[in-house]
Ligand binder design. Sequence first.
Ligand code: AMP
Length: 166
Amino acid sequence: MHSFESHIRSVPDFPKPGIVFKDITPLLQDRFPEVIKAMCHGIDWTKVDYVVGIESRGFILGAAMAQLQGKGFIPMRKKGKLPPPVIAETYALEYGTDTLEMIQEEKNGRVVLVDDVLATGGTLRAAAALCAKNKLEVTAMSLLINLTFLNKFKEEGFPVVSVLDY
Ligand code: AMP
């Protein structure tokens, strides 16, 4: 396992009982430039036009990756934050639903989707569906942490690249 691991706090029962929350705050504080470099590794950047960051930790990581690679950045936000024209994708949570939105796209770009943690995969699946709806081809999905015991994304053939696998 990577030396980054010692900078990640595992916080039991946050934000809900039974969830072990991976707090990347110390890692961002101590090793940010190396983390961004590591998240860019293993991606063919010649096949990427934009980085899409998922609100809100995906903004921190994705924007820095876009800067490092000389690419544009597209925010994917929670419902109601972006002005029209937006397109939306609603997905099921344990209790209820959540909705992700993007500004409607006309450019047919190829993108890297970025978030901090891949857990059950509901968020990333919805994010990928939203990109497809928006004429954006997902070249890679870059996560800092993949909780592989909660999803089978790699086995299912998703283009997942992660720095730390648990
Ligand atoms: P999921 O849709 O289950 O894959 O959850 C992914 C989203 O929830 C990401 O945006 C993460 O930031 C957050 N998340 C889920 N599980 C955790 C966890 N154990 N620690 C930190 N963040 C998490």
